[in-house]
Design a protein around this ligand. Sequence first.
Ligand SMILES: [Zn+2]
Length: 199
Amino acid sequence: MFAPPVNRLITELARLPGIGQRTAQRLAFHLLSASDEDALPLADAIREVKETVGQCEVCFNLATEPTCRICQDERREGAVICVVEQPGDVIPIERTNEFHGRYHVLGGALSPIDGIDPEDLHITELLSRVSGDGVREVVIATNATTTGEATALYLADSVRERSPDVAVTRLASGLPVGSDLEYADEITLGKAFRGRQAL
Ligand SMILES: [Zn+2]
């Protein structure tokens, strides 16, 4: 229907998460009508991140050097490791200013149906970090989804088996701040109930 380069751009855009065929077409036409100075920085930015950003060799967070900025920061507490699924999960936790330890990025969650087994994630590396230098707590901050919960249980068992002296904790999940009880779904409400605390 379109010239081959236009089709190629639409196809590439449509492969991005959350972008359907129609949105891909709209974005492609937007880029086609934009000036070179407006459109080409996007191409340059994609090339630059792919060429300069890699994985931290300790925690697998994004890094432009062999280790990431958090692993390089001497002020961060090495005794507590927070485990997340993706590099993008580090940012919201950092924004809370509640956590001053280190991270470990798994690279996903266990999902046997999708063929994602323990050896596909950075679990071995986590276990050797935990059994090493003075770690006393592992905070599991995988998503509150079926795969995230399954991963949390698997990690808790694996850490306990290998390093029984290390505490394993899970982020509390509860009611969204500012929301009414009657609008909470039963899973969220059930978890909030089980996680109730003394006042
Ligand atoms: Zn790191």
